[in-house]
Design a protein around this ligand. Structure first.
Ligand SMILES: Nc1ncnc2c1ncn2[C@@H]1O[C@H](COP(=O)(O)OP(=O)(O)O)[C@@H](O)[C@H]1O
Ligand SMILES: [Mg+2]
Length: 223
């Protein structure tokens, strides 16, 4: 089953000076459950915009995207959020942890938002252990290194065993060794949970470790 599909997906923006900017055009792709996909391209080629459209965080100006078998455009923002809840996780370049919550609380958060969850604290502790930070549960993000913050972000993303993980340059703010540790962990967790991985990166060697590679040039897929 395809968990993501797009048909002639496109995105235009009008700039402050009222110019029309074509950011993405004619994107056709299909991603199967459990597949690992890399999206590469130069800075400004539309990678983050595409991820936002696939995840239903942003709406297209042309074409259609479907997520988990549901067309996104008929859904409003709340319905799209409900579709993602417990099934879609995110990891960002700049970690995006809640500054006022400690490591454990950050991981508990997505489970608390999902009313069907139980054993929240224990599951968050298990996830923290899985990323090797069980001794850091009460630390705030500011008390953790970049690599540690990204580990917490990975634990938060995987704690609900999502069907899909979207990652936007997850190693972009990390040094090479730390980045490689994070990627190893990410692929481990992805395999364990049979999660579909959609990862934006400008690192070609990382892209080659994914099963499928889409390359964006000027808003279009060229491979
Ligand atoms: N909200 C916005 N308003 C105007 N231009 C935008 C906006 N978001 C993105 N862009 C432009 O769209 C293009 C693609 O951006 P983006 O998807 O962030 O690229 P990438 O992630 O590949 O670096 C860039 O030229 C960027 O400047
Ligand atoms: Mg980007």
């Amino acid at each position: 089953m395809n968990v993501i599909e797009t048909k002639n997906l496109g995105k235009r923006l009008s700039t402050s000076s009222n110019e029309e900017l074509l950011i993405l055009d004619n994107i056709n792709l299909h991603i199967a459950q459990g597949e690992s996909v890399a999206i590469t391209g130069e800075s400004g080629s539309g990678k983050t915009t595409l991820l936002g459209l696939l995840a239903g965080l942003d709406i297209p100006t042309k074409g259609e995207a479907s997520l988990l078998g549901k067309a996104l455009s008929p859904l409003d923002e709340d319905e799209r959020a409900a579709l993602r809840l417990g099934k879609v996780g995110f990891v960002f370049q700049s970690f995006h942890l809640m500054d006022n919550l400690n490591a454990l609380e950050n991981i508990m958060l997505p489970l608390e938002l999902d009313k069907g969850s139980s054993d929240i604290r224990q599951r968050a502790l298990d996830a923290l252990k899985q990323v090797g930070l069980e001794k850091r549960s009460t630390h705030l993000p500011t008390q953790l290194s970049g690599g540690e913050q990204q580990r917490v972000a990975l634990a938060r993303a995987f704690v609900s065993k999502p069907q899909i993980l979207f990652a936007d340059e997850p190693t972009g703010n990390l040094d090479r060794n730390t980045g490689e540790e994070i990627i190893a962990l990410l692929f481990d967790m992805q395999k364990q949970s049979d999660t579909t991985l959609v990862m934006v990166t400008h690192d070609d060697s990382l892209a080659m470790r994914c099963q499928t590679h889409y390359k964006l040039v000027d808003g279009q897929i060229v491979t």
